[in-house]
Design a protein around this ligand. Structure first.
Ligand SMILES: [Fe+2]
Length: 200
């Protein structure tokens, strides 16, 4: 059990009131929860992907996991810099998160990528909301979150490119859940292999 101590220091960064700095850091706690959750979820997909695209998806995920782990460290250290103790404990993620665990287990590359696309929608939307919330008070924290959104959106495009047809439509576009997104991508893949089998 973690030792109890005061969450807030008596200081924050220069130029902000202590209250302002601590309020910005408090916004970052949920971003820390989200990024910690994301790096675990990406590893889960890395281990559970199967099928012909195994190696490309398995290997595509690891650099993003490293990147997200870097964001975790950056957010936690920004909180500490601002005088608020970052809480990176698993129980805190589960207690404070507003989303459920990822729902896909052993599945093909496109199924995981279609489901992870929805995960990214959530993380990116919440990151954008957080940077808008803190931007007027603390452009330094805003700048950090902007850079992270840029990285997350770039990787989301990598994932989306696997489930996008030549008309620019995403195979999971009508799905509202990870399971439905995975199912839609699986169906589209089966359709593609059916067409190529007919051609042969
Ligand atoms: Fe690995």
């Amino acid at each position: 059990m973690a030792k109890k101590s005061s969450k807030n220091a008596t200081y924050t960064v220069p130029g902000l009131t202590t209250e302002q700095g601590h309020a910005v850091a408090d916004v970052l706690q949920q971003r820390l929860n989200a990024l910690n959750d994301l790096q675990l979820t990406l590893k889960h997909a890395h281990w559970n992907v199967v099928g012909p695209n195994f190696i490309s998806v398995h290997e595509m995920l690891d650099p993003q996991i490293d990147e997200v782990r870097g964001y975790v460290d950056e957010v936690a250290e920004r909180m500490a810099t601002m005088g608020v103790s970052p809480n990176g404990l698993p129980g805190t993620i589960v207690a404070e998160r507003t989303w459920d665990d990822y729902t896909v287990m052993r599945a093909s590359g496109v199924e995981h990528l279609a489901a992870l696309d929805l995960v990214y929608d959530g993380v990116i939307q919440d990151h954008r909301a957080a940077l808008a919330e803190v931007g007027d008070v603390d452009p330094i924290t805003e700048d950090m979150l902007i850079a992270q959104v840029r990285g997350l959106e770039l990787f989301q495009w990598f994932m989306r490119s696997h489930i996008e047809n030549d008309s620019g439509v995403l195979e999971n576009s009508s799905a509202r859940t990870e399971k439905a997104a995975a199912k839609a991508a699986k169906k589209a893949a089966a359709g593609r292999s059916g067409k190529s089998a007919k051609k042969n």
